[in-house]
Design a protein. Structure first.
Lengths: 206, 610, 349
């Protein structure tokens, strides 16, 4: 069984996130979890596609969506994925400071994304798209809102990790935690790419 | 926590905080058995109501609540937890592991199930249980007055989260925690089938999560997914429900198949015939299980193309299932068949399940399904596969593994009485229902009119249900009177797999030394080709164990509080509930828990005593 | 021996067809649709019995031959498997399933085909070659609209014999399902969606229909009747429904006239007689000819009064209010019942 005590940085193996059985379990389990999340979002996408023409008297996709806003949001989230990649590269090099710094950058970008999303919803609400206005409205807010909730959860999770481990240095315990957090972050980024395509591009295009 | 501290705990606190897969397994069994009895009570009340035409034993509204809760309870709160109980206890032992991959999450999964189940049943006492069927079709469910359906949505959401967590835990356990030499193709069939079932849980339950989320938002916050006047669509619910719901029946039946594979091989004293074909068939069934959900919806107007495709896909499942049936028969062929109670249930399963299987093919025939659908024919079919398959499997597993789990053997004489009464009662109850359906009796009817030719068969069916009740009581008696059979419990059946190599009661670390696996049916191999003992894969040394924790209970409790807040739209309560849960998650995240070590002296002491 | 084998499934079918009440049981099919479905059920049953016989034979043989005998302690040979056997029991089921799948796919398409003769709606002898009926399901009753005749009927669905009946299913509230076992398998009444089906009834008769999708507390009472009459009678019925005879529009008896008054006061906002009245409840133009009251009761005066006084007792959850003595006193009730019983459109001709 693995030793759980904090190990000095220079003795860490090359892939600290997968060096212990716990780490490997966490890593594999998280992949499975993301598989389940895929079905979860798949169900939401299916529901949205089934209901997006159910506009009734309310505003529809082409009345609401503006590519510029969504494009900025997409860029922010894609960049945040990139910063989290830099964080992992630093982790593998054993540069703990670099890991923390890039993770903070990821968190900040995540917060910025959430800010834009709240602004977006606020805007739509004032254009007459309440949660209960139409089936389209309900399914739109549920899909995009669930994604937003995932972003919010990711931001708080990473923030907790960053504060908890601000001085500990890289250990065999926290390496898997950071690694899975980054995996999660990539996942919600990928989901957004699909939202961008299916909800916004299709909404504006047709 | 030190080893000494871990040894000296109050019993109740110990069970509340345990992360030991064996204790969690036993709690799953106890919880599942409680809900099984509850679901059975609901069934018997319904059968009494249907004993005579226009009987008024219960009111129609109560009947609808009973039928909803019977289905929901039996599927989510009885069958699955009971299977999870065996999976929890047995899988780590079968693969030579000391624990599951995520002991903490394992405990969390159990408590979520238990609190979800209790929450669902609270509805009985606060104005009425859910009444829209376990399938909760909208808009009947979305517009159902009262809070019954709110309890349904939130109770299942909490319980379902527990199941999903459990499924991931088993997947990772089976992939990462196998003992040296235990390759995937040397795993016992029960572990294999549980692995595939966990895979199905992982990919099926999120669809239910979303379905329940939508239904909750529709009921509590006025969303309009299913409101036709607002552009909604009621069929979406059915798709989401059955994308989950069909794999769900394979989630139930596959572990039961696994149990039968163990039991039949053990009591025929033969290696399982066509092991790799069995594994392959299990995988195929799991895969096809996701391709056929719409056969529950042949009559909602999907059109002939979709109906034809789903009909053919459904029929295809009969092929791998047939492979399994014939492999079991050929396992028995040439064996030395011992008629123990465990094996009687496995042997009783074969013809019963085949009968349920052939009606399944008949139901898959879409054009004929227009006659079968939503009648008692369907009720008969799914009880044949669920009782004849899953429940028989549970009973078989109970008699088979009871000595290992509880340290005593169940009385065989009472066991056989129980088996025969249950078997006869079961066929009496459900065989006639095939005909009732075709003679014009829809399912989910609170009563039926006289003069429609339905009276006598309904009466027979109720008599069968009474017989099953008597049988079940006999099982309870059997469990209580057998406690003195404490000899020969470590390996009473001349077992083939690793769980029988452990001492009984099983020490918390399972294996003093991780065993080295050299063949399929590792223990049998050592018994008949080696010296009868497993080779050790590691030296005897201190064993690392995880600490117990109360956090899973706290997290589950927080969700129940939040659920009450949502049901009655008391937002502060909701916030408090989520705060409790996320607070506990936060504590779990920041507080590193490195477990403790059992010193090698203590292990040696255990060995000498055992 | 060979002969006996063939007899086994046959006798089972005979046993089955003895089951159930005529015009209700799916095992006693009337007309092409139910017959097609019944023969598919038979085909699947034959194939499945074939499978059952094989499995049971092996099973019984194995249990008998390889049971443990007292004193037997031999260890059986540990067999791994057998490629040939496994190939056989993979291939044969596939062939059996194909035997079932092919006719099933053909029947599925036939049943979904609700097209009608495009060359005008009347055939050579001047009669309709098909009748369209829109079936609207409500909690807990059935509304039948005949768009070609511009009429609406409640609970009893009259159809001409030997005529293709095109059914268009809809629902006004929750999901229901339309099932007349002796005539055709079911299709669902789904809110917001229209489903089509068809059937034919070669024989005159009253066929029992039921709702098969759980729709609330009175789901089990949501019965209806399909009444097949000869095409001439049907035409009469349809035209009398459109323009009711004088006994319906202008009741003659003094009591019945009073009853009409009560009807106009208490019932007409929901129920129509002729063109007169609302459509929240079933159309009552031909109430006097109903087979049953409220979908299931004998249409006696006592039952009718009991029903009107306390509808919630007899059909919990339905939309109709209870009428106590304050709303309708005993005298008015008697008059109303008299009036309703005289609402007959076929007999007077």
């Amino acid at each position: 069984m693995a030793d759980h005590q904090a190990v000095e940085q220079h003795t860490l193996p090359p892939n600290p996130e997968k060096a212990t059985l716990e780490g490997r379990n966490k890593y594999l389990g998280f992949w499975f979890f993301l598989g389940g999340e895929t079905v979860l979002f798949g169900s939401l996408f299916g529901t949205y596609l089934g209901l997006r023409d159910g506009v009734v008297d309310g505003p529809g996709p082409s009345d609401l969506f503006h590519l510029d806003l969504v494009f900025i949001m997409t860029m922010i989230l894609l960049t945040s994925s990139l910063t989290s990649v830099f964080a992992v590269i630093n982790m593998k090099r054993g540069n703990y400071k670099g890991l923390l710094m890039w993770m903070w950058a990821t968190v900040l970008l995540g917060v910025a994304f959430l800010g834009f999303e709240i602004y977006e919803f606020y805007e739509y609400y004032h254009l007459g798209l309440g949660f209960t206005t139409s089936a389209f409205a309900s399914s739109f807010y549920t899909l995009v809102g669930t994604h937003g909730a995932h972003v919010a959860f990711g931001v708080s999770w990473i923030t907790v990790l960053l504060i908890r481990y601000r001085k500990s240095g890289l250990t065999l315990t926290n390496a898997p935690k950071f690694y899975t957090a980054v995996l999660y972050w990539h996942f919600i980024d990928v989901v957004w790419v699909f939202i961008f395509t299916v909800v916004y591009l299709l909404g504006i295009g047709g | 926590m030190s080893y000494e501290k871990a040894q000296s705990k109050n019993v109740i606190w110990d069970w509340l905080t345990t992360v030991d897969h064996k204790k969690i397994g036993i709690m799953y069994l106890a919880g599942g058995a409680f809900f099984f009895a509850l679901g059975g009570l609901e069934a018997i009340l319904m059968r009494i109501q249907l004993m005579f035409p226009e009987f008024t034993f219960v009111q129609a509204q109560t009947f609808n609540e009973l039928l909803t809760m019977h289905g929901t309870t039996m599927i989510f709160l009885a069958a699955m937890p009971l299977l999870f109980g065996f999976m929890n206890f047995i899988i780590p032992l079968q693969i030579g592991a000391r624990d599951v991959a995520f002991p903490f999450l394992n405990a969390l999964g159990f408590w979520l199930f238990l609190f979800g189940g209790i929450l669902l049943n609270v509805s009985w006492f606060v104005g009425g249980a859910p009444d829209a069927g376990w399938t909760a079709y909208v808009p009947l469910s979305s517009e159902s007055p009262g809070h019954g359906l709110d309890y349904y949505v939130l109770g299942l959401q909490i319980g379902g989260a527990g199941t999903l967590i459990g499924g991931i835990n088993f997947l990772v356990t089976i992939i990462n925690m196998r003992a040296p030499g235990m390759s995937m193709m040397r795993m016992p069939l029960f572990t294999w089938s549980s692995f595939v079932a966990s895979m199905l849980i992982l990919f099926a339950f999120p669809a239910l999560t979303i379905g329940l989320l939508l239904l909750m938002l529709e009921r509590l916050f006025g969303a309009t997914y299913f409101a036709v006047d607002f552009g909604g669509n009621v069929i979406i619910w059915q798709h989401l429900f059955w994308i989950f719901g069909h794999p769900e029946v394979y989630i139930l039946i596959l572990p039961a198949f696994g149990i039968f594979s163990e039991v039949l091989a053990t009591f025929a004293k033969k290696r399982l015939f066509g092991y790799s074909a069995m594994v392959f068939a299990t995988l195929i069934i799991g895969f096809l299980g996701f391709m056929v959900w719409a056969h529950h919806m042949f009559t909602v107007g999907m059109g002939p193309v979709a109906n034809a495709i789903f009909a053919v896909a459904t029929m295809a499942i009969a092929v791998p299932t047939g492979i399994k049936i014939f492999n079991w028969l050929l396992t028995l062929w040439g064996g030395r068949i011992q008629f123990t109670t465990a094996n009687l249930f496995a042997l009783g399963f074969l013809p019963s399940f085949v009968m349920g299987g052939v009606t399944g093919v008949m139901l898959a025939t879409s054009a004929a399904n227009y006659q079968f659908h939503d009648t008692y024919f369907v009720v008969a079919h799914f009880h044949y596969v669920i009782i004849g398959g899953v429940v028989f499997g549970l009973f078989s597993g109970t008699f088979y593994w009871w000595p290992k789990m509880f340290g005593y053997r169940l009385n065989e004489t009472l066991g056989k009485w129980f088996f025969w009464l249950f078997l006869i009662g079961f066929h009496l109850t459900f065989f006639v229902q095939h005909f009732l359906g075709l003679m014009g009796m829809p399912r989910r009817v609170a009563s039926y009119l006289p003069g429609q030719g339905l009276d006598s068969m309904n009466f027979i069916s109720t008599m069968g249900a009474f017989l099953m009740t008597v049988a079940f009581i006999l099982l309870l008696v059997c469990i209580f009177v057998s406690t003195k059979n404490r000899t020969n419990v470590a390996d009473p059946w001349d077992g083939r797999t690793l769980e029988w190599t452990t001492p009984t009661p099983v020490p918390e670390y399972n294996f003093a030394q991780t065993p080295l696996v050299r063949e399929l049916d590792a223990y049998w191999h050592e018994k008949y080709e080696g010296d009868g003992k497993m080779k050790a894969a590691e030296p005897l040394e201190d064993i690392h164990m995880p600490n117990g924790t109360i956090l899973p209970v706290v997290m589950s409790l927080g969700l129940v509080v939040a659920a009450f807040g949502l049901i009655y739209l008391v937002h502060p309560l909701t916030i408090v509930g989520f705060a409790i849960t996320f607070g506990a998650m936060f504590v779990r995240s920041i507080k590193e828990d490195h477990g403790y070590h059992i010193p090698v002296e203590a292990i040696k002491r255990d060995k000498e005593e055992g | 021996m060979k002969y006996l084998w063939r007899l086994l499934p046959l006798s089972l079918i005979l046993l089955m067809s003895g089951c159930g009440v005529q015009n209700l049981s799916a095992l006693d099919p009337q007309g092409p649709v139910a017959e097609m479905q019944y023969s598919l059920i038979q085909l699947s049953l034959y194939i499945m019995i074939f499978v059952l016989v094989i499995v049971f034979a092996i099973y019984i043989f194995v249990l008998y031959r390889f049971r443990e005998r007292p004193g037997d302690t031999h260890i059986p040979k540990q067999v791994h498997g057998n490629r040939t056997l496994e190939t056989i029991w993979t291939t044969i089921p596939i062939l059996l399933l194909l035997m079932l799948a092919i006719p099933n796919v053909m029947d599925t398409f036939t049943l979904a085909d609700v097209s009608v003769n495009e060359e005008g709606e009347e055939s050579e002898d001047g009669e309709m070659d098909h009748v369209v009926v829109e079936v609207m399901a409500h909690q807990f009753w059935w509304e039948f609209t005949y768009p070609d005749y511009d009429i609406t009927a409640g609970q009893d669905m009259y159809i001409p014999t030997d005529t293709r009946i095109i059914i268009e299913l809809q629902s006004s509230d929750v999901q229901h399902s339309f099932w007349v076992p002796a005539l055709a398998g079911k299709q669902d009444n789904v809110p917001g969606i229209q489903n089509d089906m068809w059937f034919e009834a070669p024989e005159e008769g009253v066929y029992m229909g039921k709702c098969t999708e759980l729709c609330g507390p009175s789901h089990w009472l949501m019965d209806f009747k399909v009444i097949a009459v000869d095409p001439d009678t049907f035409e009469t019925w349809a035209s009398n429904m459109a323009e009711p005879p004088s006994n319906v529009t202008e009741p003659e008896g003094e009591v019945a006239v009073d009853g009409r008054g009560v009807f106009e006061q208490s019932c007409i906002s929901c129920h129509a007689v002729g063109d007169d009245g609302g459509n929240i409840g079933p159309n009552l133009t031909n109430y006097g000819e109903r087979e049953v009251l409220a979908g299931y009761m004998d249409p006696t005066d006592e039952n009718l009064e009991a029903w009107l006084r306390d509808t919630q007792e007899y059909k919990p959850g339905n939309e109709m209010p209870n009428f106590d003595h304050e709303a309708i006193n005993d005298e008015e009730m008697a008059a109303l019942i008299e009036y309703l019983n005289e609402l007959k459109i076929l007999e007077e001709e």
